[in-house]
Design a binder for this molecule. Structure first.
Ligand code: UD1
Ligand code: MG
Length: 454
């Protein structure tokens, strides 16, 4: 959304620093790939950047971080060969910024709650102040790990002192560096060239650019952010905290867009979830990645959905599991203890109780009886089941795939269907019932007599 009555912002380049090891996650997976709302955390950062339509985006990764490169593709990556500090990391991206004029924002791949608004605030600040560097400032409850922002008498930013290098007075400063920094692209290469690593961590601190810019007579400014906007993730405890925050945001957005959540705190969404209007979601529902839910759908309690499209006014659950590759047609009913995988369910079809329908097509208005199972796997391969429109599949039917049931066919309960059932045919595939008259009475008498004798 263009901001009204405000001058246009300069061109933007975003550099996402993600070369750090993330050792405190204690994980095989690079930290920035840990999912948040079902999506790798670095993708949230990329999304916030992309919303501003930057001229360039670059991700700085460490050696061997191919998985990160794949996850962010087609965004270009550069490798910082040794983790020599945030200043050195940004320097690694300079070749990708050649010829770029405008604002360069450096942000962190492990701070995924950043918003486009936060980034715009930094750009506005530079526009208003003509600063060479603008720093995202915040006031954390616990300041101890953060760089402290030293302001001068005019309220301009004079320096950033890293926690490890701060003296007692500096430690007492409440205003801290949130980590996101904006630079005038024209000045950035010379500032990075001047960085030295004579400090407590023996690192090239990006934050030293502030002192260097000031020494060169330039202005530096701060833009105040909320603690959540700059929240960094170092451990799985912080990951869970970020998940809580992001879920709250997504739930609120959906409710404001016309989705009823009966108990919002118990419903989990993914960052890419799409939902129409007048959808009602009951308690304890998990919506994984790749889910689209159309208008007027009702999702009852305890459902699990992943990579599925649910069309208008369908009713799902309670206790339904919709697995990847499925489409649930308009007005269809998927009931309790039903699992659907890689299946297209036609309009108005009903699969209401205790079924597994996988690798199948279910025609419109088909009625699938309780306990129906598609036997889709022979131990080696998966096979398809085609169930025509307006069919009636009796309870406890096993459909041994590959198999086809023609439109309008009936299947007797308890059948094991191994051959095609032509349209409008009744198929019964089970042992015939045998009734032996008076058998039960004779049996009871025999048993009673034996008991007396014994
Ligand atoms: C940084 C800031 C600090 C700020 C804090 C906010 C510096 C010197 N300090 O400290 O002022 O309060 O963030 O959270 O910038 N990275 C690389 N290559 C490196 C080092 C880091 O790519 O050589 C990346 C990391 O992957 C991470 C980010 O840069 O995403 C920040 O690095 P980190 O070591 O966490 O910086 P902090 O010490 O937290
Ligand atoms: Mg950090």
């Amino acid at each position: 959304m263009a901001e009204k009555n405000k001058p246009e912002l300069p061109s933007l380049a975003c550099v996402i620093l993600a070369a750090g090891q993330g050792t405190r996650m204690r994980s095989e997976l690079p930290k920035v790939l840990h999912p948040l709302a079902g999506v790798p955390m670095i993708k949230h950062v990329l999304k916030a950047c992309a919303e501003l339509k930057p001229e360039r985006i670059v991700v700085v990764i460490g050696p061997g971080m191919d998985a990160v490169e794949n996850a962010v593709s087609p965004t270009p990556c550069v490798v910082q060969f040794e983790p020599l500090g945030t200043g050195d990391a940004l320097k690694a991206a300079l070749p990708q910024l050649k010829g770029f004029k405008g604002d360069v924002i450096a942000l962190f791949g492990d701070a995924p709650l950043v918003t486009r608004e936060a980034l715009t605030t930094l750009q506005r600040k530079r526009q208003e102040t003509d600063a060479t560097v603008v720093v995202a400032a915040f006031k954390p409850e616990d300041t101890s790990p953060y760089g402290r922002l030293v302001l001068d008498g005019k309220g301009e930013l004079a320096a950033i002192v890293e926690a490890a290098d701060a003296d007692a007075d500096e430690c007492a400063i409440a205003l801290c560096n949130g980590g996101i920094m904006l630079f005038d692209a024209a000045k950035l290469p010379s500032l990075l060239d001047q960085l030295r690593n004579e400090n407590a961590k023996k690192e090239f601190y990006l934050t030293d650019c502030v002192g260097l810019a000031r020494a060169g007579g330039d202005i530096c400014a701060v833009a105040i952010m909320s603690a959540n906007e700059v929240l960094g993730i170092n451990t799985r405890v912080e990951l869970a905290h970020a998940e809580k925050l992001i879920q709250q945001t997504i739930r609120r957005q959906f409710m404001l867009q016309g989705v009823t959540l009966i108990d919002p705190d118990t419903v989990y969404f993914s960052a890419d979830t799409k939902i129409g209007r007048d959808v009602v979601i009951a308690t304890n529902v998990y919506i994984g990645p790749g889910v689209e839910i159309a208008d007027r759908v009702q999702i009852n309690s305890f459902c699990h959905l992943e990579q599925v499209r649910v069309e208008e006014a369908a009713i799902i659950g309670p206790f339904a599991r919709l697995r990847p590759g499925s489409v649930i047609g308009a007005g269809a009913h998927i009931g309790n203890f039903v699992e659907i995988k890689n299946t297209e369910v036609g309009q108005g079809a009903k699969i209401n109780h205790l079924s597994y329908i996988g690798d199948a097509f279910v025609g419109s208005k088909a009625n699938i009886g309780a306990g129906t199972i598609t036997c889709n796997y022979d131990g080696f391969r998966k096979h398809l089941t085609h169930i025509g429109a307006n069919t009636f599949i009796g309870s406890n039917t096993a459909l041994v795939a590959p198999v086809k049931v023609g439109d309008g066919a009936y299947i007797g309960a308890g059948s094991v269907i191994t051959m095609e059932v032509p349209a409008n045919t009744l198929a019964v595939a089970r042992g015939r019932q045998a009734n032996i008259e008076d058998w039960a009475r004779r049996f009871r008498e025999q048993q009673a007599a034996q008991k007396k004798e014994g």
